[in-house]
Design a protein around this ligand. Structure first.
Ligand code: AMP
Ligand code: ZN
Ligand code: FE
Ligand code: FE
Length: 294
């Protein structure tokens, strides 16, 4: 793509498709990125690489730079959640495929547990209904929330989470997860680099604790921190940027676009901020160094 000298282009390194809990297909997602004039896009579906081939194919057609990615939910104490993003992974890595298969199975069992609990509470939700909503994608709680909306049990997804599906909700169930160390090693063995997604969602009590957690993860091999994200106000962005530099971590950023499942999020935007292409150049440089040292 030709761009006038000095023209700034933007990217998005955190998005979801129908392969997990987004509402656009991988192809539609890439088309959406192109319409929004993004120069590069990473697809980071939860626990699956199933959408990557289709997205890569469409990106080739439209001339967008595509980075194969993933987002893995890790074991972490309540009320926080820890998600690790992988970039530059080989979607066909046997160890990755095997482990993701296990994670999807653990989700399946968790979802059945949630549905059983909802049934015991008198809500006539079925596995089939939720599966129909999820289509071919990995089934997540947002799909159960959508079923609860269709049944008229709740009005919004947020209400479904606060009343039933979230931590503290009456049908909450957890699933087996990888530890941070296991997820970092897994992404590395699939040839990728690892970024800590939306660090604010760790729900640390203060800055010092958050900084310590990032340092601990860096010691385990974390490569990057998601600095820009739809949940990060500017003062958080500044703080994370400072720590990334301090700990020698790369910076990543993205919207966490989920289509109409999270209508307040726009592709290519992290609140009012945009993700610069320079983030990707640094990631690529790091990935090619890793490839050379193999
Ligand atoms: P799961 O991976 O099935 O555990 O579901 C996680 C998904 O649910 C992620 O996309 C979250 O962003 C979404 N989620 C978590 N909490 C809430 C909430 N309170 N309201 C709406 N979506 C949520
Ligand atoms: Zn999601
Ligand atoms: Fe996440
Ligand atoms: Fe995400």
């Amino acid at each position: 793509m030709w761009l006038a000298k000095g023209t700034l282009t933007y990217i998005d390194l955190h998005t979801h498709s129908t392969a997990s809990d987004g509402t656009l297909s991988p192809r539609e997602l890439v088309q959406c990125a192109a319409r929004s004039s993004l120069s590069a896009l990473a697809l980071t579906d939860h626990d699956t690489t199933a959408g990557l081939a289709e997205a890569a194919d469409e990106a080739r057609v439209l001339g967008i730079d595509f980075i194969p990615g993933i987002e893995i939910s890790c074991a972490y104490p309540r009320p926080g959640t820890m998600h690790l993003l992988g970039y530059g992974i080989d979607p066909n890595s046997p160890i990755l495929s095997r482990t993701l298969g296990d994670l999807v199975q653990a989700r399946y069992e968790r979802n059945r547990q949630i549905i059983k609990t909802l049934n015991a509470q008198g809500i006539a939700i079925t596995d089939e209904h939720v599966a129909r909503i999820a289509g071919r994608g990995v089934v997540g709680r947002p799909h159960i929330a959508a079923a609860l909306i269709e049944l008229g049990v709740v009005k919004t997804s947020a209400q479904a989470f606060s009343q039933y599906l979230g931590q503290g909700g009456s049908a909450y169930a957890d699933k087996e997860r990888l530890t941070a160390r296991e997820a970092i090693d897994l992404i590395h063995s699939a040839g990728g680099i690892v970024s800590l997604a939306h660090p604010v969602q760790l729900r640390k009590q203060n800055r010092a604790q958050l900084r310590e957690e990032i340092k601990t993860l860096a010691d385990l091999g974390l490569d990057a921190v998601e600095v820009l994200h739809s949940d990060h106000p500017e003062h958080v962005v500044d703080m994370l940027e400072g720590w990334a530099e301090r700990f020698g971590l790369l910076k990543t950023g993205g919207s966490d676009f989920h289509g109409s499942n999270k209508p307040h999020i726009t592709i290519g935007f992290a609140q009012r901020l945009r993700v610069p292409e320079a983030y990707l150049s640094a990631i690529r440089e790091h990935l090619s160094k890793l490839a050379r040292s193999d």
